[in-house]
Design a protein around this ligand. Sequence first.
Ligand code: C5P
Length: 244
Amino acid sequence: MTPSKRTARIIAALDVEKRIDAISLVADLRGKVSLFKVGSRLFTAEGPGMISEISDAGGSVFLDLKFHDIPATVAGSVRAACGLHVFLMTIHTAGGYDMMKAAADEAAAFADRSGLPRPKLVGVTVLTSMSEEDLAEASGYGGSVEDLVLKRAELAKKSGLDGIVASVKEAGRIREALGDGFIIVTPGIRPAGSAAGDQKRIATPRDAIEAGSDYLVIGRPIYQAESPGAAADAILAEMGESGK
Ligand code: C5P
């Protein structure tokens, strides 16, 4: 399959603080988007009950808490997230091989024990809000963002993760190096005419699909729109496929 023929789907980021706002976004997007990101903002404010509410409303949850800790702690967090029945979750690749392997083993053990599908694990590589200069300042790393993202993606695959989170700028190289079955999740998506905000490595929905992305995480361009439903429709049209 060539990258441009892949079917990509939107994950709407529910980056709001109130349960009522999250649920109203899920309702506004009914029939257009069925995957929703619960990140640290909503999870910290409203707790795990949010996840069952979204499921009850017919959505599937991408739990983006970017676990990054010692292997035993991350394994415990993954076990807890599996119990919440999310379909996708993030850990941070900067935690290294042992941490990612412990997380992947834990998700597999959950599936064996429960007979339920194994939630997919994706590794955050380098935040899309970081430029090369930001990365050098924060870590002392002097190479390119793209090289580091690829290195971390390779390690994620070796550790048993299902995929990674990266910007569209790196997606093409990752797809080429790691093959079709590896999940690529791309945030930093900005439809034509929308504001970048704090994101630095941004691209359009069409670029994301052409680069081989499987899931486009879209926050502000949808939840800050006057009509989130209309904004989602416009993005789906730009994607040229159902995307639901
Ligand atoms: O509002 P915007 O579309 O920029 O939101 C992007 C979403 O993707 C946010 O929820 C952010 O936490 C998430 N994300 C990101 N970069 C990563 C991983 C996740 O922007 N590397």
